[in-house]
Design a protein around this ligand. Structure first.
Ligand code: ADE
Length: 421
């Protein structure tokens, strides 16, 4: 008897559009392709189940296909209720036989029922973007028998949650912090978020960015990227920070740095990328100019205090897709994508070329778990520098870029402490 594939997607008839888009993204994922070809031969995940909770995009589809080629039985649920690309979800089910549980715009109850479906898959490896699957599994720990070798985590917010679990001695299996690979955060967080956040804002609003005062809240890797791209389009970029070193870096990178209270009064567009809560709060909304646009590109929709915005507004209405107008007195404030990741809600997330490296890290992290889980403790690990550098090497090669090698003389010089002037 053939068992029916389990899934919950919007509409399977969208599959043909999704397939073309998945193949389009694949063209820009040469490093993942090399890994996929090797996995197809070596089958490192034969007999294993992987449950992934990631943004359901064309790039994620290529990762799922890679894992399946490696022999895994894969289930995928969304890591955000608004980021699912329904055509991609349909194609993964119909064309690639992958169990997908994700519908764009799903409510909270459905979102968590889809996470449950991924857990019911009984994974040997979990793959998270924001730690929702791993934290749901930990809430059930003891009441259900799990057989998990390890997990991976894609994003800064998820890694912060995991490190908190380690501190509380709560983590029950080892996790690889993919985010902490150099070939992940230095590129995906900076250039990926930089470009896709601006893309999301422009697709949602079609505003002209040059001449606008763009307030970037947070100057981590994502904030650096967003600031750089906004500046490149001619915006007057203002950075807000709580970390003195990052604030100083922003000043020396050429931006104005000020408190959020000051910035609130003058900003035209506000973008949060801090990973923290209520960064834009009630008093900031009260001080904002008429027409201010507010959005978030951090993982969770907590950075903008939306309940406070609702409380002080007399009315709200949708004025364009992903643009909600809030009326406070005679003033209007525009909230994009319900405060969810604007780059994945109003646009398509990071381009494939950058996700190529992130998902090469994810694939190799899974393989590492299979090979090494017996030696690992219940801790958060970072991928070895050798693997990280290999990914960079392969990416450079795919771009046709050659670099220099140290000569024997240079190696000797670097290794010696006796040499001086
Ligand atoms: N995170 C940011 N952009 C993404 C993308 N295109 N696919 C999956 N996860 C992402």
């Amino acid at each position: 008897m053939v068992t029916k594939l389990k899934y919950d997607v919007k509409d399977l008839s969208l599959a043909s559009v999704g397939k073309k888009r998945i193949e389009w993204a694949a063209k820009d994922m040469p490093v993942l392709k090399l890994i996929s070809e090797r996995f197809e031969k070596e089958k490192p995940f034969k007999g294993l189940k992987i449950s992934s909770c990631l943004h359901v995009t064309t790039e994620t589809a290529n990762l799922m296909i890679t894992l399946k080629k490696g022999g895994a039985d894969v289930a995928l649920c969304a890591s955000n209720p608004l980021s699912t690309q329904d055509d991609v979800a349909a194609s993964l089910v119909k064309d690639y036989g992958i169990k997908v549980f994700a519908i764009k715009g799903e409510d909270n109850k459905t979102y968590y029922s889809h996470i449950e479906a991924a857990i019911d898959h009984k994974p040997n490896i979990t793959m998270d973007d924001g730690a929702d699957v791993i934290s749901s599994i930990h809430k059930k720990w003891g009441s259900i028998d799990f057989n998990i070798m390890g997990g991976t985590e894609e994003t800064t917010t998820g890694v912060i949650r995991l490190r908190a679990m380690v501190k509380d001695k709560a983590l029950k299996y080892p996790v690889i912090a993919v985010n902490d690979s150099m070939t992940k955060h230095m590129f995906d967080n900076r250039y990926g978020t930089g470009q896709s956040t601006i893309d999301g804002i422009l697709r949602a609003t079609n505003i002209l960015l040059c001449g606008k005062k763009v307030v970037v809240c947070g100057y981590g890797w994502c904030g650096r990227g967003v600031s750089l791209r906004a500046k490149g389009l001619g915006a007057d970029v203002i950075v807000t920070e709580v970390d003195e070193v990052k604030a100083l870096e922003a000043v020396m990178d050429g931006y104005r740095v000020m408190s959020m209270d000051e910035a609130a009064k003058i900003g035209d567009v506000f973008i949060t990328v801090t990973g923290n809560i209520n960064v834009i709060d009630e008093r900031h909304f009260k001080n904002m100019k008429d027409g201010a646009i507010v959005c978030n590109s951090g993982h969770f929709n907590v950075e903008i205090n939306i309940p406070a915005l609702k409380k002080i507004s007399s009315s709200k209405k949708m004025v364009r897709d992903f643009v909600e107008e809030y009326k406070i007195g005679n003033k209007k404030i525009y909230l994009l994508a319900d405060g969810r990741l604007v780059n994945l809600s109003a646009a398509e997330g990071h381009p494939a070329s950058v996700m190529d490296m992130s998902f090469a890290n994810q694939s190799l992290a899974c393989e590492y778990i299979v090979k090494n889980h017996n030696k690992l403790e219940n801790k958060v690990y970072v991928i070895s520098e050798t693997i990280d550098r290999e990914i960079a090497k392969l990416k450079l090669k795919s771009m046709g870029i050659k670099i220099d090698k140290l000569t024997e003389e240079q190696k000797k010089y670097l290794a010696s402490w006796q040499e001086g002037t």
